[in-house]
Write a protein that binds this ligand. Structure first.
Ligand code: IMP
Ligand code: MG
Length: 178
């Protein structure tokens, strides 16, 4: 596997994002809404890099019917989402690829009457964006390559890697063998 972003680079960037978010949301009731499952590592690190009061909540988004690397129909489960009325909601995901997932989440969340709705991701594959908006906060813009680690998966594995790696054919074969 080839390292695209090192553990140190991620740490530094997450600290910067935490500082920026703390500044922007000072004095406003903030709810950081993590998207399961890919955001969990970023969520844990980012909230500890902030210095403002906030609440943490979770929502689930997944694609069905696609292949391992291309999305299918988006399914959103908001059964874990608390009352967001008048809260400033920051939706946090691992990656903004086509942007379809984030678009679906924003549509769903509009119905929860938040005071504001913004988006944050670790990675933005900016060449692949298919929607009319981009993430409000992002850690790194990356080229169109399939990446894993720091929450991002291939076939639900590799999430625990502390860095962002580009998956190669040998990694997939190794994983399938055991
Ligand atoms: P989008 O809806 O096209 O923006 O895709 C977002 C979702 O696709 C993410 O939440 C990931 O689950 C998945 N995804 C997109 N690109 C990658 C990647 O390079 N590695 C792992 N998952 C990815
Ligand atoms: Mg995902």
């Amino acid at each position: 596997m080839r390292t695209l972003i090192t553990e140190d680079q991620i740490k530094r960037r997450v600290q910067e994002l935490g500082a920026l978010i703390s500044e922007d949301y000072a004095g406003r009731p903030l709810t950081v809404l993590g998207v399961l499952t890919g955001s969990i590592i970023l969520l844990a690190d980012l909230i500890r890099a902030t210095t403002v009061p906030l609440r943490v909540a979770l929502i689930s988004a997944s694609s069905y019917g696609g292949t391992r690397t291309t999305p299918g129909e988006l399914h959103i489960n908001s059964s874990l989402v608390p009352d967001l009325t008048d809260r400033h909601v920051l939706v946090l995901d691992d990656i903004f690829d086509t942007g379809r997932t984030m678009q679906g989440l924003l549509q769903t969340l509009q119905g929860h009457s938040p005071a504001s709705l913004r988006t944050a991701v670790l990675l933005w594959k900016s060449d692949r964006t298919e929607v009319s908006f981009s993430p409000d906060y992002y850690g790194f813009r990356i080229p169109d390559e399939f990446v894993v680690g720091y929450g991002l998966d291939y076939d639900d594995e590799f999430r625990q890697l502390p860095f962002i790696g580009v998956l190669e054919e040998a990694d997939k074969r190794g994983q399938e063998a055991g």
